[in-house]
Design a protein around this ligand. Structure first.
Ligand code: SF4
Length: 592
């Protein structure tokens, strides 16, 4: 296949036999599914039947770039990891930024499909010449930063590494894949990697990528940069990082606090983006090819990790390890974030499951006997640090937390209503009772309670004139945003680069050398979302799973701007959403 933006080939690796092959990337796959999440999802759907045990050698772990990756377009260093999720049993897709995606593209391959299971721990090195298999016995048990350092010492500083920590090795169901300080965090891609005894993927190479029309590409990138210079969202991210949203969420009454018992907190400002900038941030940072730079490097000032530098904390981590657990000490939040990154844990699921356990303890549904004598009290930062380690190592009560909220809740009668998960994935850091459309987004997201794949409805908070509490008109907006998200994830755009919608088709056209109209992209997005729905139906999911925890539907927020609100009209929004997508009443899409 000869197109700009693609190398036209990808790798398949069988870890059982330690063999690999180079496959041509079929043109119809690129045409129909674009890249990243789209192509990865299509390969996953075709390569394995339904009901595969996600922790068996038959599950595939796929990492795929998009046509933007490697072009140095703004925010384009992205790669999507995909698998059948061991946490949810749905399709799973997690996008990673940083330097790894561009480095992957320089190997001369667009992606990799990994199956099987190595008999003993292994790490792989992908270069333009192919794949080398290396024993990883000496790396097993080591943290993510130790692993990366050790591999780069062996292979050379220019190589980039994506790896798992002890959590993935121990099959914690919400384990992440980590590269430097960026993660493909959600849904257990790291768990699947661990189930294959695969400790790390290292990539190096200097393969050039073709851009079909360099002049048009340059002109469109210039327009994107000009629009970014005038964009308030970009300015805000540059000033306070994503954690700048903490103050907004608190003001809107949608800041998850005490396991979503309330949506506002008097100590929230102590954890705001401005507080982070003032107290622990030492510099800003950006993924490769990113002019926005929403990331930051912080230094922990107090406690046993004093002096440690971390990236973040980002918004989701700040909230789920902060207000959700009533922890206002930024040093403690940063330390918890650091431990999650080093052990290879998703911070959202980790903070959510700990908050859930704390509420169970508060209600007497869990006792000291269950916890091994640990008093699961709110606001105890040292306890949270201990629990994170216990989760990652599956020690004591940590073993039960390592299953995630849905499975733990099944063991605790009476807890289902405040188990803050959808389809088994822990809900992210926005309470939808104050942004009704986000309730629809969580309910219909293909991988469960994440905040983006069903449409970033949370952005309505920033849109003047939005009626945040109605269900009217939300389905059409969610469908539109879910389509945009599918194109961003598949083309490999970062959401936070605020690339104007009308520049996306032209950018792809310039890179690939074929006409991408808005209509063509809409068709691709529909195809991707329909395929993901079909994947989940094959796994046994149906309309009954497109729902929310009772807390969000029946318990009004007790205070703050959204006081008295619940998610309303969910069934109506779902009916409308299905209809807009051309799905039937049960949520079945047309045949592929
Ligand atoms: S905006 Fe943030 S997450 Fe996105 S590419 Fe830039 S630094 Fe990375």
């Amino acid at each position: 296949m000869k197109k700009g933006g693609y190398h036209g080939r990808y790798l398949t690796i069988d870890l059982t036999n330690k063999s690999w092959q180079v496959k041509d990337l079929p043109e119809e796959l690129a045409n129909g599914y674009l890249g990243g999440r789209g192509i990865g999802g299509k390969l996953l759907y075709d390569l394995q039947p339904g009901k595969v045990d996600p922790l068996s050698p038959d599950n595939h772990l796929i990492a795929f770039t998009g046509p933007l990756t490697g072009t140095h377009a703004p925010g384009s260093s992205r790669i999507t990891f995909m698998c059948k999720s061991p946490l949810t049993n749905t399709i799973n897709m997690s996008s990673m930024g940083g330097a790894f995606p561009n480095a992957f593209k320089r190997t001369g391959f667009d992606g990799v499909v990994i199956s099987g299971k190595s008999k003993s721990p292994v790490w792989i090195h992908i270069t333009p010449e192919g794949v080398q298999f290396n024993p990883a016995d000496d790396l097993w048990g080591r943290t993510t930063s130790e692993t990366e350092t050790a591999i780069r010492e062996k292979v050379g500083e220019k190589c980039r590494v994506a790896c798992i920590g002890p959590a993935g090795e121990n099959q914690v169901l919400f384990s992440a894949v980590v590269s430097e300080t960026r993660t493909a965090a959600r849904g257990g891609n790291g768990t699947v990697m661990g189930s294959k005894n695969l400790k790390a993927i290292a990539v190096s190479g200097d393969h050039e990528l073709t851009i079909a029309d360099k002049q048009s590409f340059k002109e469109i990138v210039q327009k994107i940069r000009e629009s970014q210079n005038e964009n308030m969202g970009v300015a805000s991210l540059q000033m306070n990082g994503t954690a700048g949203v903490v103050s907004v969420s608190n003001a809107m009454g949608i800041l998850p606090t005490k396991n979503f018992q309330t949506g506002t907190w008097e100590a929230a400002e102590e954890t705001s983006g401005a507080a982070i900038a003032e107290k622990i941030r030492i510099k800003s940072m950006a993924c490769a090819s990113c002019p926005v730079g929403c990331s930051l490097i912080s230094e922990i000032k107090t406690g046993k990790f004093a002096g440690t530098k971390i990236e973040g904390p980002e918004y989701e981590s700040t909230v789920m390890l902060g207000s959700n657990l009533l922890i206002s000490d930024l040093n403690m939040i940063a330390a918890a974030n650091h431990l999650c990154d080093e052990f290879g844990l998703d911070t959202i699921s980790t903070g959510n499951v700990i908050g859930f356990a704390m509420e169970c303890y508060e209600r007497g549904l869990l006792t000291d006997k269950d916890t091994g004598g640990l008093a699961l009290t709110w606001g105890n930062g040292d306890l949270v640090l201990s629990l994170i380690e216990m989760i990652a190592l599956k020690q004591g009560f940590g073993k039960r937390l390592a299953q995630g909220v849905a499975r733990l809740s099944k063991e605790i009668p009476g807890s289902e209503g405040f188990a803050m998960q959808v389809k088994g994935m822990e809900i992210a850091a926005y309470d939808p009772r104050g942004v009704n459309g986000q309730g629809l987004s969580y309910a219909i997201s293909p991988r469960g309670g994440d905040h983006g794949k069903g449409g970033y409805m949370i952005v309505e908070v920033f849109m003047p004139g939005s009626d945040l509490y109605t269900y009217v008109g939300k389905a059409a907006k969610a469908a539109h945003m879910a389509n945009n998200g599918a194109i961003l994830d598949s083309g490999s755009f970062c959401n936070f680069n605020f690339i104007p919608d009308d520049l996306v088709p032209g950018l792809l056209t310039a890179i690939v050398g074929e006409e991408y109209s808005e209509a063509r992209l809409r068709n691709i997005a529909n195809r991707i979302i329909n395929l993901e729905r079909r994947f989940n139906i094959r796994e046994g999911f149906s309309r009954k799973d497109d729902t929310l925890p009772a807390r969000l539907l029946k318990e009004p927020l007790p205070e703050g701007m959204a006081e008295g609100k619940t998610v309303t009209g969910l069934d109506i929004m779902i009916d409308e959403y299905y209809e807009i997508r051309g799905w039937n009443k049960e949520g079945n899409p047309p045949e592929l």
